[in-house]
Design a protein around this ligand. Structure first.
Ligand SMILES: O=c1[nH]c(=O)c2[nH]c(=O)[nH]c2[nH]1
Length: 318
């Protein structure tokens, strides 16, 4: 919240970060589920007296915020998505405390996956997967709500059907044109939804707590569907694949397919580092030791290209 104080602009928020919680649900048939969440909370208020007048009477202790995470996790007797948990927390903070004007809750879910043994899903055994499901919920006291979901660390690679040609050449350019290279990235994606509500029979795009889809695990299923669109677009069909003329072009197709596939997603942001696999050519003064024939590469993560873009609908308010 921005305030004018003694001739200055003052912007402040406070919260608790990296609150780690795990929740197990034990169903009667013996099957267990688990989630592990790393929660960050920021509360916005108009009050600055704690900063300017040594008066803490408007402060929610960050220790209380931490305790609230465990209390709310306890209250969730049914399995729920990370987004729904973030919404519950945000709703608690904005409704309980008169001083809190908005709550921002960010959560990263650790990718525990049920194991299968000889093709049979284990009742209570899990292993760690790779990419993470993330969310950011911004809830204002008015009820205005923005839910952003995301993926962090989705590693994608294809060994062909990628090139890079026709770029600017100058005296510092060494990179040759190519139509054959490995394409690899570590995708970070986020997308925000327009939630629709009905007022007097008219449908309005409206960001509101009242218009959240009520199906349990709605956001979890949506996460899987968006991830599939992103990965399928990156790879192309299983037999022939699809040619990528640049990371930029592939990123753009991935983003457009998300907006085309999900009409209620208003905006999608993709970050696609270009993780280079360098051709290996080795020789000494007499011999060629290794001649690169699209076979031996030196994988690197430093330095890497950074390609990022956000694609939004024209009418997006976000
Ligand atoms: O797909 C690519 N985009 C670039 O902008 C770039 N720059 C570069 O050196 N290689 C690549 N590859």
């Amino acid at each position: 919240m921005s305030n004018k104080i003694e001739g200055f602009n003052f912007d402040q928020r406070h919260g608790k970060q990296r609150v780690r919680v795990a929740r197990v649900w034990r169903s009667e048939n013996g099957r267990h589920s688990i989630v592990e969440w790393n929660v960050g909370i920021s509360l916005l208020t108009d009050s600055v007296v704690a900063y300017t007048r040594d008066d803490n009477s408007d402060l929610v202790a960050t220790d209380t915020m931490k305790n609230t995470v465990y209390a709310k996790a306890k209250e969730c007797v049914e399995e729920l998505s990370v987004e729904d948990f973030a919404i519950r927390l945000a709703k608690h903070f904005t409704s309980l405390y008169q001083q809190v004007t908005a709550a921002i809750v960010k959560i990263v879910e650790k990718p525990w996956e049920r194991v299968s043994i000889d093709g049979q899903p284990h009742e209570h055994g899990f292993k760690l997967g790779s990419e993470k499901h993330t969310t950011e919920v911004i809830l204002k006291k008015s009820g205005a709500l923005k839910v952003t979901s995301g993926i962090e660390g989705l590693a994608l690679l294809k060994t062909t059907k990628s090139g890079f040609e026709g770029f600017i050449r100058d005296k510092y350019t060494a990179l040759p044109d190519t139509r054959e290279r490995i394409l690899a990235t570590d995708l970070t994606a986020s997308w925000a939804q327009i939630l629709v509500t009905e007022i007097n029979g008219c449908r309005y795009p409206y960001e509101s707590i009242y218009s959240i889809p009520q199906q349990p695990l709605y956001f979890t299923e949506r996460y899987s569907s968006v991830k599939k669109v992103l990965a399928d677009t990156f790879y192309g069909p299983p037999k022939e694949g699809v040619y990528s003329p640049s990371v930029q072009s592939t990123l753009y197709h991935m983003a457009t397919n998300v907006l085309k596939g999900f009409p209620d997603i208003a905006t999608v942001q993709l970050k696609m580092p270009n993780i280079h696999f360098l051709p290996v050519n080795l020789s000494n003064k007499d011999n060629t030791i290794v001649k690169f024939e699209d076979d031996v590469y030196l994988p690197t993560d430093e330095p890497h290209g950074s390609i990022e873009a956000t694609l939004s609908r024209f009418w997006s308010k976000m």
